[in-house]
Write a protein that binds this ligand. Structure first.
Ligand code: SF4
Length: 392
């Protein structure tokens, strides 16, 4: 019997948290100002988003075919490709590649959060550092990434200044955001140079060239994956698109709907460094293609919409429930958050808990308006509820 008490208690409790309220209000209003500017400057982006939706629909319908091509392309470039059917299998592959007693630098990646990879590697005796500023704060302050693009959306600058004072032993002005960023950068710089392994996810993956695409603003990803001798990329199977050109379109739509006029860096990785050609980069390139429920969802007429998600985070900013409870919606155990997070959790994680969280949706449909892929979250969440009712 599904018990909704725990979910409503959690959401009620956090909705009263003044720090969370301040942090969310600041982040949401800043996003909408930025999004308006972006849409005015790049009016073609809506049409581009429609094109990306068509690319994603085709790619999800041809997931197995694209997977074969992607594996072939990675291996042709001297990389090593793996298929992980489950989260456990993926952790096992990464565990064997990393070993123990190593230093690992990590790029921000929701897919590796899904695997609880940082915790897993630390338990095995490795030193692991999240290198995205927001993820770095989440690593030490918890409780989990609270937004796809802005994982520390729940933390105010006052809270961050307090933490940095304790962690680094340096007094920081709460309004000096640049100063705080510089402190974390300095701390991480040594880690990049001493790291044995760099781990990333992927914003998109081009099957024709075996290329991982990674967007960032801080240059932390480039350092994390190019300085250590080994790069492991964990790629959700839904990220594979047919060509480089398709992947460029995907990353542009993610950036624009994420609220960026320009992202500072777009990295494309196509294999290990080639000796004698002046390339810099890791000696080993490993790509793990993760299923964990994705292939089954791709055959489900309602759930498959979830796989079109680009994880731009736009819907989270527009959702009235997220605006009050933030990333607590979907639960503390889930890597994901918001209505779309409930859908991701249902596919990749705990069906029972995600079904309970599906009942928090107001079914207002504002997320559809925000979403570049026009994903109908109310339709999917209603279906998840309906499947529960069938069981009881
Ligand atoms: S559902 Fe749409 S708006 Fe929300 S994160 Fe995914 S692509 Fe972005």
């Amino acid at each position: 019997m599904t018990d909704l008490t725990g979910v409503s208690q959690l959401l009620n409790k956090v909705s009263d948290d003044p720090v969370l309220r301040t942090a969310l209000d600041r982040a949401i209003s800043s996003y909408w100002k930025k999004r308006k500017q972006v849409m005015e400057r790049y009016p073609y982006v809506k049409e581009l988003a429609d094109e990306v939706r068509r690319i994603k629909e085709w790619s999800i319908d041809h997931m197995d075919e694209l997977l074969d091509k992607a594996i072939e392309a990675v291996e042709a470039k001297g990389g090593k490709a793996y298929i992980a059917e489950t989260a456990e299998e993926a952790r096992k592959i990464v565990g064997e590649l990393v070993g123990t007693g190593k230093v690992v630098t990590k790029a921000k990646s929701m897919t590796t959060e899904e695997l609880k990879l940082r915790e897993f590697l630390i338990e095995r005796g490795n030193e692991v550092y999240e290198t995205d500023l927001g993820e770095f704060l989440v690593q030490f302050l918890g409780p989990k990434p609270m937004h796809f693009i802005s994982p520390s959306i729940h933390l105010t600058r006052e809270k961050v200044a307090e933490f940095l004072k304790d962690f680094m032993g340096v007094e920081v002005d709460k309004d000096d955001v640049e100063g705080m960023v510089a402190l974390v950068r300095k701390f991480l710089r040594d880690k990049y140079f001493s790291a044995d392994v760099g781990i990333s996810g992927a914003n998109a993956f081009a099957a024709d060239r075996g290329a991982v695409f990674l967007i960032e603003n801080e240059s932390n990803i480039r350092l994390s994956i190019s300085l250590p001798p080994k790069h492991i990329a964990v790629v959700g199977m839904e990220k594979i698109v047919p060509t480089m050109s398709d992947a460029w379109k995907v990353v542009e739509v993610i950036s624009r709907y994420g609220g960026y006029k320009v992202t500072s860096y777009i990295n494309t990785v196509m294999g290990p460094a080639r000796s004698g050609e002046g390339d810099i980069g890791p000696e080993e390139y490993h790509v793990i293609f993760l299923d964990n429920g994705r292939r089954e969802a791709s055959k489900d007429p309602i759930l498959k919409q979830t796989l079109y998600c680009l994880r731009c985070g736009a819907c989270q900013y527009l959702c009235p429930v997220f605006g009050i409870v933030g990333g607590y919606w979907a639960g503390l155990e889930s890597a994901y958050s918001g209505g779309i997070g409930v859908m991701w959790e249902y596919i990749t994680g705990d069906k029972e808990t995600s079904t309970q969280h599906a009942f928090a949706c107001l079914l207002c449909g504002r997320c559809i308006e925000a979403c570049p892929m026009r994903i109908n979250q109310p339709e999917v969440l209603r279906e998840i509820r309906r499947r529960l009712m069938e069981r009881i």
